[in-house]
Structure formats: structure tokens, C-alpha cells
Design a protein around this ligand. Structure first.
Ligand code: PMT
Length: 221
């Protein structure tokens, strides 16, 4: 087997969609299954990395992986703050909710007699990727863009605003790629480089190819 290109490196990967509580019974979620993040964790282990997987879902993790379970965006933020300093490479594949319920109810909310409407007040969650970009020292930071339109424009803005080294753009309006699927089709926006569009392939192949391209640039940096 070719030499392991990430041996000795600490790679932190996030996976899955956050779950933002409404009350003890209900929460706001999204369609992320965690497959893309787990694929990056597996590909990083294959390349000899020490992997920490911060996940909201419970798929079968790769061997030798430290798994940290979280549910909300705030819990994910706390976990990343704990591991960021020691990380060489961070891959934010998780689908983090931009909003949470301002004040989750402490008891199950009951239907009201006088109205059929239920109003929920949402407040913004922390932008974890942007925080990591602002705090970046030696780390190589990888973000994603999950868009349904103007994919490359939104991805380019995120690459710059979040101060990432790579932004992986994927169209989540399709059913055969993106959320929940075995395959993905990504466009890679490396800082100061022209976009690279990869053809649709299995998520593990996406992760293997992208990690090789990242590892080459980590060495140059
Ligand atoms: O999990 P799967 O079913 O395999 O699906 C894979 C995927 C489509 C979820 C994955 O490929 C993907 O696109 N993940 C990012 C989803 C997402 O939250 O994208 P976004 O454009 O909303 O966020 C942009 C980036 O900022 C992401 O790296 C996200 O982790 C991060 N973010 C977003 C919001 C927030 N409050 N904090 C963040 O850190």
C-alpha cells in the first residue's frame, strides 16, 4: 500500500445534522445522515491519521476513532473548542442548524384550546466554522456548502468569509447526491485556486480523493 500520507496527524471530522430541541419530546432537524463525515473519518484512518469524530448520529465508526456524541449546535461548538488546538486538519461535514429555539419548553408543549397556531421563536446559533476560521493558527480548515441554487457563488463567499482553506460545495437539491445518499458530486474551492469539479462517485471515494488533494496542500503550507 502506498505510504500513509496523514500518519502522525490529528484529524477532527464532524458529521450528521444537529438536533435543536423544541421541548423534551420534539426537535428541529435536517436531512443529514452523517455518511459524508463518516467517509472522511474512514479515509483519514486509512491514511494513518489519529481521528476524532464529532457526530450527532450513530453509524459504525472506523476503527481506532475517538467518537464524541453531540446533538445541538452549541454542544458541537463546545466539542470543537475542546479539540481544535490539537488538530492539524478539521473537516466540517456536519449539517449545523443556523437557528435554535430561543427558549425550549421544559415540559411537552400541549395544544392550546383557543388557537390552532403554534409560534416558535428562533434565534441564531453560533457559526462554528466562522469561529474556527477566526481562531485558526496551524490548522488546515475545511468547510462545506450545502446549497440548492447558485452553488459556486455561495461557496466562494463562504470560503472567504469563514477563512477556510477549502470549501467543498455540493448541491443538496438532487436526490441521488448530498443528503442521505451513497454518492456525492462535489466542487472543490481551494483558497486562491480555480474550482475543481469532481464527478459523482461514492462518498468514500470523494473523501479519499479530497484528502489526497488536501494532504498535498498541507505539506506546501
Ligand atoms: O450527512 P450526509 O447525509 O452524508 O449529507 C452530506 C452533507 C450534504 C450534509 C454534507 O456533504 C454537507 O454539505 N455538509 C454541510 C451542510 C451544511 O451545514 O452546509 P451549510 O452551507 O449550511 O454550512 C456551511 C458550513 O458551515 C458547513 O461546513 C457547516 O458545518 C458549517 N456551519 C454551518 C452553520 C453553523 N451555524 N455553523 C457551522 O459551522
Amino acid at each position: 500500500a502506498d505510504e500513509q500520507t496523514l500518519s502522525g496527524k490529528h484529524v477532527v471530522v464532524t458529521a450528521g445534522g444537529t438536533q435543536e430541541p423544541i421541548d423534551p419530546v420534539r426537535y428541529i432537524a435536517n436531512h443529514s445522515s452523517g455518511k459524508m463525515g463518516y467517509a472522511f473519518a474512514q479515509a483519514a484512518v486509512e491514511q494513518g491519521a489519529q481521528v476524532t469524530l464529532i457526530t450527532t448520529v450513530d453509524l459504525t465508526p472506523p476503527p481506532f476513532t475517538t467518537v464524541v456524541h453531540v446533538k445541538t449546535a452549541q454542544e458541537m461548538q463546545n466539542a470543537l473548542q475542546r479539540y481544535y488546538e490539537a488538530a492539524d486538519l478539521v473537516i466540517m461535514a456536519a449539517a449545523v442548524a443556523d437557528y435554535r429555539i430561543a427558549e425550549p419548553a421544559t415540559q411537552k408543549m400541549k395544544k392550546q384550546q383557543d388557537t390552532t397556531a403554534l409560534h416558535l421563536k428562533l434565534v441564531e446559533n453560533p457559526d462554528i466554522l466562522a469561529e474556527l476560521g477566526a481562531q485558526k493558527t496551524h490548522q488546515y480548515l475545511v468547510g462545506f456548502a450545502a446549497e440548492t441554487q447558485q452553488l459556486l457563488q455561495h461557496a466562494q463567499v463562504k470560503l472567504e468569509k469563514k477563512q477556510a482553506d477549502l470549501l467543498i460545495a455540493n448541491d443538496v437539491s438532487q436526490t441521488d447526491i448530498g443528503f442521505g445518499s451513497a454518492d456525492n458530486a462535489v466542487t472543490l474551492l481551494f483558497k486562491n485556486e480555480a474550482p475543481v469539479a469532481l464527478p459523482k462517485m461514492r462518498k468514500i471515494e470523494v473523501a479519499r480523493q479530497v484528502l489526497q488533494m488536501i494532504q498535498l496542500r498541507m505539506e506546501e503550507a
